[in-house]
Design a protein around this ligand. Sequence first.
Ligand SMILES: Cc1cc2nc3c(=O)[nH]c(=O)nc-3n(C[C@H](O)[C@H](O)[C@H](O)COP(=O)(O)O)c2cc1C
Length: 235
Amino acid sequence: MLTDEIETALDLTELERVMISRFANRFFLNREVDPAIVKGILNSARYAATGANVQPWRVHVAAGSARRQLIDAISTAHETSPGDHSSEYRYLPETLPEPFASRLREFGAVFFGSLGIGREDVAARAANTARNCRFFDAPVALIFTIDRRLERGSWLDLGMFIQNVMLAAKARGLDTCTQEFLSRYHAVIREELTLGPEELVVCTMAMGYGDPDWAKRRPQMPKVPVDEFASFYGL
Ligand SMILES: Cc1cc2nc3c(=O)[nH]c(=O)nc-3n(C[C@H](O)[C@H](O)[C@H](O)COP(=O)(O)O)c2cc1C
């Protein structure tokens, strides 16, 4: 879906169309993804730029019975002992400064509004959170890790790699939802998959063929216009 908000003097390239049409999809068809496609996406994504070419990412991909087992273990932990699990890093500060706090509030309103979930509907919100644990029922689950000995710079590189994965997937008709939420269940993930002790779980990703009905109805997350985040000098 291309939005009316996008104003540019240029015609969009094919790549830009892919960039603009990507969105965090949380509704997937019950349709398997050919493993060759997943490998092909990762093969293209690895060409991401990285400082000093250190290529700090590792990714663990689970489908079929491995994915089911992983989902069962995470869901059980979420149902029985959510308080025992926390991420190895902080994603956002405890107090979010402006303008970010307002954007977060707007995200909540758009997101929960699109699902018909009210502000006070604790049960429905919890059910939505639980869907995170099932990778939103997507057939492919990816876990992105980074070597904990690396510095912030390498986290930039990982982000570029993850973006490449999302765009390559979109270009092949696949949708994704990146998830920081599951980083709190790193101990469970570690038990189910083979992670080295140096690997820090940064985020996960649900990947699959998106539900076309939802794609038609889904809200466009508000995006800050260029003039609000860019300053131009001499052009
Ligand atoms: C690093 C990262 C972590 C995210 N974590 C979650 C998550 O845990 N659960 C979720 O439902 N969405 C998650 N999202 C999706 C964001 O909510 C979504 O990207 C944002 O609202 C913008 O919407 P759009 O991707 O559709 O443009 C995450 C996205 C990113 C990039």
